[in-house]
Design a protein around this ligand. Structure first.
Ligand code: IPE
Ligand code: IPE
Ligand code: MG
Length: 258
């Protein structure tokens, strides 16, 4: 209907302003987790069969959601962008396009001059082409020292993450000449914690878009105390108002725990 959109935008702004006001008196997550899901279904929902359309829109949308997160005062964001399973189980054409986005659009936006995100990558970059790994590593180098921490899970395998961390602990012990007996007796979670892939600290709130209610391997070690919010909209359609409402739900839940 003509005019509907004209009404919707100001209404959304008003609602967002109200939620922002409520957020002022609620606990906020220091570390936000995002599972950006629903790109292909979003493309279908707008009448496009080519899933690349959805993936491009999703990658472009990441930039917006990061800006809204920073504006909402979140200091660290960790995003599930591509799992090891996605790389091995989806068809080559789709995976190549995802690599292309991770080589161009995504790092280009993050490393833009004046950006505030220090980029970290969690995952196995041996699973991505050299050119993609190089573009991501360059963005990591360019953004070093920026005030907010952004971790992208790329080629991320939850079992591999924890097993690799344990391996590091064992190698260190072997270097020191410790016996297996010493290691078994003295092993504490902190030792593994030091080696689990970025992000550095516990995730307070995880938001998954698209209506799926599972974590699909998202940073298990860092998620043990996280609040979970499952949002029904597809990732490219996730609005600032949805983010603010999720932050409000988090704040209310945490306030009730006190
Ligand atoms: C999320 O969207 C992006 C990746 C997992 C790479 P999907 O590609 O999973 O899209 P849906 O969930 O099938 O709609
Ligand atoms: C999980 O999404 C990984 C990312 C969002 C990158 P999937 O769409 O791959 O998860 P499943 O397969 O539905 O659990
Ligand atoms: Mg999906």
């Amino acid at each position: 209907m003509a005019g509907t959109r004209w009404l919707r935008i100001p209404t959304e702004r008003l609602l967002a302003a109200r939620v922002r006001h409520e957020l002022e008196s609620l606990p906020a997550p220091a570390h936000l987790g995002l599972i950006m899901d629903g790109n292909r279904r979003w493309a279908h929902s707008v009448g496009v069969d080519d899933v690349r359309f959805g993936h491009r829109a999703g990658a472009e949308h990441l930039d917006r959601v990061l800006t809204w997160s920073a504006q909402a005062g979140v200091d660290a964001v960790s995003v599930y962008v591509l799992s090891a399973d996605n790389i091995t189980k989806r068809d080559d054409e789709q995976v190549s396009f995802l690599f292309h986005l991770l080589e161009t659009l995504i790092p280009d936006r993050i490393r833009r001059p004046g950006g505030f995100w220090e980029l970290h990558i969690a995952g196995n970059l041996d699973l991505v082409p050299d050119t993609t790994a190089r573009a991501l590593k360059e963005a990591v180098a360019v953004t070093r020292g920026r005030p907010r921490r952004l971790t992208l899970a790329v080629g991320y395998d939850p079992y591999g993450d924890v097993v690799d961390a344990v391996r590091q602990v064992l190698w260190e012990a072997a270097d020191r000449g410790d016996s297996v007996d010493d290691v078994v007796r003295t092993l504490e979670p902190e030792a593994i914690d030091a080696y689990v892939a970025a992000p550095d600290n516990d995730i307070d709130l995880i938001i998954r878009t698209s209506g799926e209610r599972r974590l699909s391997g998202y940073f298990p070690w860092r998620s043990v105390r996280a609040e979970l919010i499952f949002c029904d909209v597809y990732w490219p359609a996730f609005r600032e108002l949805d983010l603010l409402r999720a932050l409000r739900t988090y704040g209310r839940r945490r306030a009730n725990l006190r």
